[in-house]
Design a protein around this ligand. Sequence first.
Ligand code: ACO
Length: 402
Amino acid sequence: VIDIGALYKHSDRFTYDPGFTSTAACESAITYIDGDAGVLLHRGYPIDQLAEKGDFLETCYLLLYGELPTAEQKAKFDRDVTYHTMLHDQMAKLFTGFRRDAHPMAVMVGVVGALSAFYHDSTDITDPNQRMIASMRMIAKMPTIAAMAYKYTVGQPFVYPRNDLDYAANFLNMCFAVPTEEYEVNPVLARAMDRIFTLHADHEQNASTSTVRLAGSSGANPFACVAAGIACLWGPAHGGANEAALNMLTQIGTPDRIPEFIARAKDKEDPFRLMGFGHRVYKNYDPRAKIMQKTTHEVLAELGITDDPVLDVAMELEKIALEDEYFKERGLYPNIDFYSGITLKALGFPPEMFTVLFALARTVGWIAQWKEMIEDPKQKIGRPRQLYLGQTHRDYKPMDKR
Ligand code: ACO
């Protein structure tokens, strides 16, 4: 019998809150979510306005500095990001050390963590200037790293960044240009890519952001912290859901099979869940999912894809689930991952790259949150408590007495 009272008599009181469903670990002025109303604001600005009227780098500036940039500030910010897009040439060798069939997220965790081995002059977290350089470097280099991870897995030569292109267009060029053919980035697709980045830019204290903050709370350098965030994002309950959602829609195949999968999702004996449905905070429609759905239609129209069976299944599944009591009672709505996989597939990315693109876009959120934490005078090392349920004191027994 464990005397819990005795075990904890020397401890302060604490709450036991698995999954941190009701524990705030920090104060933040970056992102606000009202899950019941389906509202997402960055520094007060609604996500739909930022995604539809602005561009991704503008949102990056807003998240980092707290205000929308003036034209002059924006031009300087774009130039500064562009200045840092190249990766140290020695880092290309890191990629070639991986198996060609490595998952690109495994490559991302390794290569991003290794940035701290190359950029020593921006790892002193006590220096605000170094913090800002590290931030710019990560926002700028993430597309280069993601594109190199992609090129390596498809066996094509790396394409260097082009500083005459904007952020999203440069990324598409690095992924899809080949030396043997003319390639021009389609501006409609580049705009869609940019919007997808904006939709993923930040989402307050989700699992990967909390991971970045926790890692950063020990004083670890920002490159190492972002690598930790990437590792956390990889899981199917978080960033891996877009890949899982597309796989599920493909597996369903035709609308007539939807009821079978809905029944499985409701069956508590079956571990199957509708991927791309449900959210810890949104118990109403995820505002990002609405813009994502619109973007999906725009991309498919631009590419002349008039009849996509996966999209047909997605639309029908959404319709059926939204009318189903099980999903209604639990507030389960499509989240951003439900439609993003279809769009990314149409843009030409294989499913293994979906979470990589999420990591690319979320980097600014991780960095803004990391900076906010470092600059908070109340900041302490993150150190959750536990509710110990194991053995109380007992004496070591020699092996012949066990
Ligand atoms: N399909 C079927 N049932 C579900 C689903 C789903 N996708 N999501 C939640 N439920 C049910 C649970 O079984 C539970 O039912 P119960 O009350 O009868 O036991 C209830 O809804 C509440 O679910 P929880 O797991 O307690 O909710 P939680 O907030 O912990 O989980 C999560 C949120 C992980 C997103 C969950 O909804 C899920 O697994 N969804 C599928 C994966 C997914 O799309 N993840 C992406 C998240 S968004 C993002 O990372 C960008």
